[in-house]
Structures are given as structure tokens and as C-alpha cells.
Design a protein around this ligand. Structure first.
Ligand code: ADP
Length: 434
């Protein structure tokens, strides 16, 4: 440790040295020569240390600087302390990086650190196994250059990273990956890929099971319905007791038939559709037909059905799916609105989106149930829903259909005052005819 060296000490030392050499020179009869000699010696001494410092900075492998006294000792000492401080910080940082890497390696998911331009900066070993990323060869590559799947490109384009994206693994098409992107820090994105093949297979099995059972139930139901209708036409049905029995049987068979039909529709719409299956849909024609049907359907309840339809507004989508979604909203309004109520249907542009609205002044939905009514088999009031023949599947079907059509369902309802179900279609589906 060197003593403190102030600017005053350094300058006074220099002056003393020069003054001493001037005195010696004066005594020996050549002041200038002695002062010049001392100055050059001081300069050489400084240059010597400067070169030593450069050599140490650029070529030396040790962190201890060269030994020296005075001002250079002070410089070396300061540099040594700075280097030690920097090394200590680097050690702490390295430890933190090691802990982060260990944590990332322990994850059950493939993890990649991307720049905000989606360039790969780092990844764990799982990323090599699940995504086929090679180290260090793929560092610096854009992730969408390595994962070339239309679903993934679309996911990046849409930029809605709250929901995951599913793609097959690039090294094994049977492995299904769930991808998530999360921004962190200022310019980094964390990319996580999880193997969800098992869940996917179970989901597929559940879907197939429901579809198969529903399909198998259709034939016996048709037979039973046929027999019930046949018996209803015979003289047995004239007996008031049997008349009631057969009517109940017919109602229940019809309910079951509707339920099976909805289960089949749900298992159909649950499967992801190809963008190529989408066609131009003449929405004004489709909605006008549904409005006419609804007027006919609600004769008993005498609802006031009014509609406002933009005759030029069409969309691109899957015809029977869109029809089923719109029909579900209209038939719900008819089922749940009491007699003499009002139902308003509208098909208009709202900003750059197309908006399909069904509004009624029925009983409304309690706020705590609004978020749940699109769950399958969820019915707010089971007995009321049973009376209307409801299965609790209608809005689940609507939700799945909308997922295929870049569309959203918005539900506004005030308990006791009525409900408003709105479908917003994304501008990319909207087609305006001239
Ligand atoms: P359901 O076949 O039972 O009608 P849905 O999935 O279509 O099944 O609807 C779920 C629940 O949402 C219904 O049971 C009903 O309670 C509520 N609901 C749907 N539409 C309306 C509406 N227009 N007014 C009041 N409640 C509604």
C-alpha cells in the first residue's frame, strides 16, 4: 500500500529536484547543463514506466502490476485495485449467470433467450433435443428461420403472446410443442417450448370418444323416435294417460337428439380448420334467413324481432360454422327472453371490424356468470335451461367457431335488464361488396 500522494507533493518534489540540480550546477559552474540533465533523467524515468505500463496492460498475464515507487507506484497501485474490483464483480456476475443457466437447464421446457429481433442468443440443452437447435452454429439466427411453420409465422405476426401457439417438433412430427414468448429485461425475449403431446393425445381421444358416442347414439335415437311417432298415431295414444306418456317420451327423445347433435357439432368445431377451407360468405343473406326463421320460431312468445343489416358487408369463413354461431345467439335470445320481449339483431361495421349483435330485454346474466357461460355444459339456471331445451353447449360451440375466424365474443349483460351478445370479426376476414 502506497502513501497518499497529492498534486502538491508531486510538484514540490519536482521543484526540489530541479532546484537541487540548479544549485549543484551553479556550484560546478554549469547550471543549465545540470538542470537539463535532471529534466531528461526525469523524462526517461517517466517513459520507462510508461512502457512498463503498456507492456503490463497488453502483454502481461498476471494481474499484479510492476513494482515502483512514487507517482508510478501510486498509478500501478490504483490500477491494481481497479482490476481487483472489476474481477470481483465479474466473479459475482459469472456466479449469477451460472445460477441462471443451472435454473434454465433444470426447467422441463426448452428455453431460448432471444433478442427483441428474435435472434437466438442462448438456449438450454432441452432446446437442442426438442427444437433441433445446434450450438453454437445456430446462435445469431432468427428463430423463425429455424422453425418454419405457418402457425408460428402467424403467431409472430399477430403478436398476441398471451395465448400459446402449438406446432409439431421440427425433429419429430409426432411431438406437439406448446410455444410461449415473454418479453423480459429491456431488449430480451424468453422463448419456452413444452412437450404437450400427451395432453394433445388425451384431448384427441376425448374428442374422438365424444364424437363416436354421439354418432353411435344417433341411430338408436332415430329408431326410438320413429316408434314413438308410430305409436302416437295409433289408438293407444288416444288414452289420456298414454297420450301424456308418449308426449313426454317424444319431448325427451327430441332433447336427447338435440344434445347429441350439438355434441357432434362441438366435436367438429373443436378441430382446427384449414385457412383454405374458408370461403366468401354472403352474410346479409345468411342473417336475413336466420331473422326470418327466428320470427317463425318465436310465434308462441310473440317477440318483437327487429334487424338492421348492412347489405354490403360480407366475410370470409366457414359457412356452416358461422351459421351455427349466429343461430345459437339468436335462438338463445328467443329461448331466454320472456313473451312479448324485444330482440334486436344487427350486422354493421364497427371501426374496421364487422360486428354481429343480438340484443334482448330478457332476464340478463349475473356478472359472476358472464365469464362462465361459454364453458361447455355451463347453464346459469339448470331448470330454466332444461325447460328451454338447453344443453349448455351452444356458447361453447360459438367460442370454438370464433377461434377459427379471428373473431371475438363480447357479452354485455345487466341482471334483470337484458343481454347483448356481440361477435367482432377481424378486418382480415371482412369483405365489403360494391
Ligand atoms: P344452452 O343450450 O343451455 O342455452 P348456451 O351455452 O347457449 O347453453 O348458454 C349457456 C347459458 O347462458 C344458458 O344456460 C343461459 O343461462 C345463459 N344465456 C345464454 N344466452 C342468454 C340470453 N340471451 N339471456 C340470458 N341468459 C342467457
Amino acid at each position: 500500500m502506497h502513501f497518499r500522494l497529492s498534486a502538491r507533493t508531486i510538484i514540490s518534489r519536482l521543484i526540489i529536484t530541479l532546484a537541487l540540480s540548479a544549485i549543484v550546477g551553479f556550484l560546478l559552474g554549469n547550471t543549465f547543463l545540470f538542470v537539463a540533465f535532471s529534466s531528461v533523467t526525469i523524462l526517461i524515468w517517466h517513459y520507462h514506466h510508461l512502457l512498463k505500463l503498456i507492456k503490463w496492460l497488453w502483454r502481461s498475464k498476471t494481474i499484479s502490476p510492476p513494482e515502483s515507487e512514487g507517482v508510478w507506484g501510486r498509478i500501478y497501485d490504483g490500477l491494481y485495485r481497479q482490476t481487483k474490483k472489476y474481477r470481483k464483480k465479474q466473479k459475482i456476475l459469472n456466479e449469477k449467470i451460472r445460477q441462471f443457466r443451472d435454473g434454465a437447464e433444470a426447467l422441463p421446457d426448452a428455453a431460448l433467450v432471444l433478442s427483441d429481433e428474435l435472434i437466438i442468443e442462448w438456449g438450454n440443452k432441452k432446446a437442442q433435443r426438442l427444437l433441433g437447435i445446434r450450438w453454437p452454429g445456430d446462435i445469431g439466427q432468427r428463430i423463425d428461420n429455424l422453425l418454419r411453420f405457418p402457425e408460428f409465422s402467424q403467431y409472430l405476426e399477430e403478436g398476441n403472446f398471451e395465448t400459446p401457439c402449438h406446432i409439431p417438433s421440427p425433429i419429430n412430427a409426432e411431438v406437439i410443442l406448446e410455444l410461449r414468448l415473454m418479453a423480459y429485461g429491456t431488449e430480451q425475449v424468453l422463448f419456452l417450448a413444452r412437450d404437450v403431446s400427451k395432453i394433445h393425445r388425451l384431448e384427441e381421444m376425448r374428442r374422438d370418444f365424444v364424437a363416436n358416442v354421439s354418432h353411435e347414439l344417433k341411430t338408436p335415437l332415430t329408431v326410438v323416435r320413429g316408434y314413438v311417432e308410430m305409436v302416437q298415431m295409433t289408438e293407444h295414444a288416444l288414452d289420456p294417460y298414454w297420450h301424456k306418456v308418449f308426449n313426454t317420451m317424444e319431448t325427451q327423445v327430441s332433447r336427447m337428439d338435440r344434445l347429441v347433435e350439438q355434441l357432434l357439432v362441438l366435436s367438429r368445431v373443436e378441430v382446427k380448420t384449414d385457412e383454405e377451407d374458408k370461403q366468401f360468405i354472403d352474410m346479409p343473406k345468411l342473417i336475413n334467413a336466420l331473422v326470418d326463421d327466428s320470427k317463425w320460431l318465436n310465434q308462441e312468445k310473440n317477440h318483437q324481432v327487429s334487424a338492421e343489416i348492412d347489405e354490403k358487408l360480407c366475410i370470409e369463413g366457414i359457412d356452416n360454422e358461422i351459421k351455427s354461431a349466429c343461430l345459437n345467439l339468436i335462438s338463445n335470445a328467443i329461448s331466454y327472453t320472456p313473451a312479448n320481449g324485444n330482440i334486436f339483431i344487427s350486422w354493421q361495421m364497427a371501426g374496421n371490424k364487422a360486428k354481429f349483435l343480438v340484443k334482448d330485454d330478457g332476464p340478463g346474466i349475473r356478472p359472476e356468470n358472464v365469464n362462465r357461460i361459454t364453458e361447455r355444459f355451463f347453464r346459469v339456471d339448470k331448470s330454466r335451461s332444461r325447460d328451454t331445451g338447453g344443453s349448455g353447449l351452444g356458447l361453447a360451440i360459438v367460442k370454438h367457431v370464433l377461434n377459427h375466424h379471428h373473431a371475438e365474443l363480447s357479452i354485455n349483460s345487466k341482471w334483470g335488464e337484458g343481454s347483448e351478445f356481440i361477435i367482432y370479426f377481424d378486418p382480415k376476414c371482412v369483405r365489403v361488396i360494391s
